[in-house]
Structures are given as C-alpha cells and as structure tokens.
Design a protein around this ligand. Structure first.
Ligand SMILES: Cc1cc2nc3c(=O)[nH]c(=O)nc-3n(C[C@H](O)[C@H](O)[C@H](O)COP(=O)(O)O)c2cc1C
Length: 574
C-alpha cells in the first residue's frame, strides 16, 4: 500500500510510504533547489530519505536535513514513539542525513547508534553528549527479529569516508544513502520513469562518485556477495526498484572507465568533521572541468600503503590537504608514502584547513618542490569557516591544476586541424562581449566572441562556454547573468583587463567601473549595451557548453556606436 502524507503545500513536504513488509520510507521532499552545491547543477530539488523498519525491535535508517526538523518529527512521532526506536543506523554523517540525530537522541537517549568507526567519531563532535553506540565492520549483522536481519557493508568514500550500506535479509532492501542516489524531487517514490531520472542519476554519479571510482568498484564487489537485492533505498531521490540491475550496471561501467583514465590527479587529505570534504569536492569539481579524472584518498582512513604508492606514482598531479594537527602515526606514514612516491614532472597543490600559527604545509611544499614537482597554485590556507567564495577559489585552483597537467594535450589538439579547414573555419566571426555573473557573493567574468542570437520568440541567444571556464559554474540552468557588448574602437582596455590571467578566487572586477544590474551581475560602465539574461538550457558540445539563454531586459548606452567585431584567421582558436 502506498500512503502519501502531504504535510504542507509549501516547498518542503514529507511523504511516507510503506515500501516493504514492516518498512516505511519517510521522504523529506526539498522542492527548492540548492543552487550552490555543485551537484545540484540540474536543479530538480532533492529529497532526504529516512526509513523505519519494525521487527521485534525497531531501527531507523538515517534522519533528515535540519530544515525539516518540525515536519520530520511530526511525521515520525505519528508513526512511532521515538523512545520505542531501538537502533539508529547512520549510513554516514553528512548533515543532510544526520542533521536531526542530536534532536532524536535528546528525545530518546536510549537509542543505540549503529555506524562505522569513523561515523561514530564524527557524531561525537556533532552530538556533544554521551550516546549508546555499536561500531560495525564489514559483514557484521544486527538482528531486529521477525526476519529483519541487517548485514552491513563498509563502503568508504561513497561519498563520505564513514559510509556503510545496510542490507535487510528479509525484504532484500539495501540502504545505501548517497550511493545510487540522485538529486531529483518528485512525488514518485520509485524509479519507474527511467528516462526522467537518468540524466540526473548520471550527473550525480559524475559529481559525487566518479572521483572515487575505485571505491565504487570495491563496494560493488562487496554488494555482489549479498546475492539478491530487490530494492536500493537511497538517501536522495527516488528509490530504485524497477531498474536495480540496470542502474547498478551503469555504476559499474562508469567506474571501470573512470578507474583507468589517461590522466589522473590524486587528492590526498585528512577528513575531519566539518568542511574539508566539501572543499575537496570543490577542488575535484574544478579538476573534472578539464576532463581529468580525480581520485580522492582520505589519509585518515585505513589506507593500503602499497595501493597508495601505486596511485601516487601514476598521478599527473597531486593535491595534499591537511588539518593543522595531523599527528596520528598512520596519517604520518601515509603522508610519507605520498612524498616518497611523488615524482619530478608532477604538479603539486596544497591546502590547509583551520590552520593556526604553526603551518605544517610550508615545509611540506618545500619537500615536494625539492623533489622537482611544480607548484601550480599558491597554497590555500583556510582559517575561517569557508564561504561560497572559498569553494569557488578551490574549484578554480583545481581547474588550474587540471589545465596544467593537460597542457600538452590541449596544444596538440589545437594544432591538429587541417590547414585549409582551419582557414575556412577562421572566416566565422563574432562580436566581442564580456559576460558577467554573480551568484550569492561569488562573481566572475569572461571575454566571449562565440555569441549568436538563436531565437525571436522567446528572445534568446547562445554562447559557447568552454567547460573549464571559471564562469561556467555560474551559468547553470536558471542562473542569471549580464551580456555586455563591447564598442568598436573602444574595446581594448576592457578586453585586455578580462584576458588577464586571474589566480584562483581573484576579484575580476578590481579597477573596472561597474554598476549592478537588477539580477545582481555587474554591468560594465564602458560597455556599449547590456542585456540581462537567464540560462534556459545547455547542450554538450565536446569541449564547450552551448549555453542558450533568454534576454529579459537591456539597454544601449551609445545609440550611434557599433559593436566591436572579432575577425580571425584560423578556426582553431577564438
Ligand atoms: C577574442 C576572444 C574571444 C573569446 N571567446 C570565448 C568564448 O566565446 N567562449 C569561451 O569559453 N572563451 C572565450 N575566450 C577565452 C576566454 O575569454 C578566456 O581565455 C578565459 O576567460 C580565461 O579562462 P578563465 O575565465 O576560466 O580563467 C575568448 C578569448 C578571446 C581572446
């Protein structure tokens, strides 16, 4: 039976559904898009799924995001008295699933929290009160009675280091939290409409799982030992029941491809509770924009030093991130292994979170330099709680490193056009424009000439934006920006300024006269005209996105002036 409980008409709603025998899904539907998390690029909202399983004893798998506090507890207490819950299984401690753990433990202090060793450590920092716990390892079982025997699968790095999957032998449901999920909010509890969800499913994989392809493959191997899985109860989006085999198969195929990349950058960091994971994600996203694969290793988890050595030696670039105190012997030996396996010709970048006076990263950078590695971006030192600008800086640093390790390939690709074709293509010309965008506190700009009107009704145009452009992340579907038109005979200063090489996180508007448009993006005072635009769709064109946008406002400041035109000789460059 499917019972839907719409608790409110607003953008946050709750759905409760009986998904199997004695098993209820409590799905927090967050219809609002969270535009700043990179993986929310497709903006179909998301859900946070929690599950109640009642054998002779009762277990809750994960909770919800704290923004659902009232709704979630209203729903949960309608289903069960919190004090009757025996176990709270924590698949991982990311706040969108564990945001309400503290509240739950205050209501029901007798609950035993079940999780991996790392998850329990993270929770101690989150909950700040003693709680009953049971640390589980791979293969451990928990019998709730009445056939509901849970078996745990350790799945580190999918997508947090503390992740476990839980398999109920009675219902054959595997609870996987982030893995196999997608950010997709709809009233459908299940995945019956594969066509509607597959794009977001893939995008989510690329953002969150791709960088850990090897860990995905290890988890798939462990999952195979469970034999029949009838349903995958994910933490985000619809639950997989119609396409389990198909979608697990896609994870396998994508991960096998990712795990054997041509060029890979390794990110080696020590995960602490807090923001380091998101920083790593931002860096990985920046690297990914250049088409380079990323492998992330948490030096604080159990690391096989032999595998670590092998990975470091095949990396084209290395990024190391440390908290100020990383004294544990195992971390030190993992770090020494990274150092010992690093090679000349590799790129190196470092970041430090929560740094104090004594900077452990400076001597580390010197050591890498002495080994002949090239520092691609200045050390990132994060002393305060990161802002969106910090994440953007990390993303741009990642892109710089990705571009550095692929520079030979890019030059070769440019030279490979046949001479005649190259000249013919060079006869395509465009105007000269500066695109400016602002999202929250983060702003960016870019010179563009691949701009062309694409429709009358609605008024719209396309811009080709290279996938590794800094501004690309501010041009997702639904984002707003300004197209500034440069003036013939008067474009040099602006063109020169915006073609400067900006370091990660640099303010691109320093020294430029601007005023804010209605949508917040800067209008350049010296532009001949401007238009306010909204991104409607993006088409994948290989190394560029063709970004189609509609125009909803605009003005010409110099009615008699002409648009600057960009003539080229060859087609292998702008
Ligand atoms: C004449 C000219 C036209 C350009 N047009 C485009 C364009 O249409 N799309 C694009 O992605 N980059 C274009 N570029 C490249 C970017 O302006 C510039 O290299 C880029 O902003 C630097 O990368 P970043 O913004 O990621 O740091 C053009 C460059 C020049 C010189």
């Amino acid at each position: 039976m499917v019972a839907l409980t719409e608790k409110t008409e607003k953008r946050l709603t709750i759905q409760t559904v009986e998904i199997a025998q004695e098993t209820t899904a409590i799905r927090s539907l967050d219809w609002d898009r969270d535009r700043f998390d990179i993986e929310f690029g497709l903006q179909n909202g998301t859900t946070y799924n929690s599950f109640l399983i009642r054998g002779e004893q009762t277990a809750l798998v994960d909770t919800s995001h704290e923004k659902f506090r009232q709704l979630y507890f209203d729903t949960l207490t309608g289903l069960i008295k919190p004090t009757e819950i025996d176990y709270l299984i924590i698949s991982h401690t990311e706040p969108d699933h564990s945001g309400l753990v503290k509240d739950l433990l205050q209501m029901a202090p007798e609950i035993t929290v079940v999780g991996s060793k790392v998850a329990i450590q993270f929770l101690e920092d989150l909950v700040h009160q003693p709680f009953k716990r049971r640390i589980v390892k791979n293969g451990d079982r928990l019998d709730l009675g009445n056939g509901h025997e849970f078996e745990f699968v350790i799945a580190p790095n999918l997508h947090w280091p503390d992740t476990i999957f839980s398999f109920d032998h009675k219902t054959k449901i595997l609870y996987t939290c982030d893995a196999f999920g997608l950010h997709y909010c709809s009233d459908s509890t299940f995945d019956e409409d594969l066509a509607a969800i597959e794009e977001d499913f893939h995008y989510y994989y690329d953002c969150l799982m791709g960088p850990n392809a090897r860990s995905v493959l290890s988890a798939l191997k462990r999952m195979a030992e469970l034999k029949t899985i009838s349903m995958i109860a994910t933490g985000h989006g619809p639950l997989l029941s119609h396409n389990v085999e198909e979608l697990v198969g896609r994870y396998r195929t994508w991960s096998q491809t990712q795990a054997k990349p041509e060029t890979v950058v390794g990110i080696f960091y020590v995960s602490e509770y807090g923001y380091s994971d998101r920083l790593v994600q931002a860096i990985a996203n920046g690297i990914g924009k250049t088409g380079v694969a990323v492998e992330i290793v948490d030096l604080g988890s159990e690391v096989d030093l032999q595998e670590l050595r092998e990975l470091v030696s095949r990396c084209a670039g290395i990024i190391v991130g440390l908290p100020p105190a990383s004294g544990a012997a195992s971390i030190q030996s993992a770090l020494s292994t990274v150092l010992g396996s690093a090679k000349e010709k590799q790129a190196i970048g470092v970041f430090e979170t929560g740094g104090g006076d004594d900077e452990p990263i400076d001597p580390l950078v010197s050591k890498f330099r002495n080994l002949g590695l090239t520092t691609v971006f200045p050390a990132i030192r994060i002393k305060q709680t990161p802002t969106e600008n910090t994440y953007k800086l990390c993303e741009e640093a990642g892109t710089d490193l990705g571009q550095w390790v692929t520079r030979d390939r890019s030059i070769k690709a440019m030279k490979s056009l046949g001479a005649d074709l190259d000249k013919a293509l060079g006869r395509l010309s465009g105007g000269l424009y500066i695109i400016t965008a602002k999202k929250g506190d983060v702003s960016s700009a870019m010179l563009a000439s691949w701009v062309a009107q694409a429709s009358f009704k609605p008024l719209g145009f396309s811009i080709a934006v290279a996938k590794d452009r800094a501004i690309e992340s501010l041009m997702q579907v639904g984002d707003r920006f300004v197209l500034n038109v440069l003036e013939e005979g008067n474009f040099q200063p602006l063109m020169k300024h915006f073609l400067k090489r900006f370091g990660p996180g640099a303010d691109r508007f320093e020294g430029v006269r601007t005023q804010p448009a209605e949508n917040g993006a800067p209008i350049l005072n010296d532009a001949l005209a401007y238009m306010e635009c909204e991104v409607v769709s993006r088409m994948d064109c290989g190394d560029h996105w063709a970004v189609y946008s509609t125009v909803y406002a605009g003005r010409v400041s110099k009615p008699d002036a002409l648009t600057a035109v960009h003539h080229r000789k060859v087609g292998n460059h702008y």
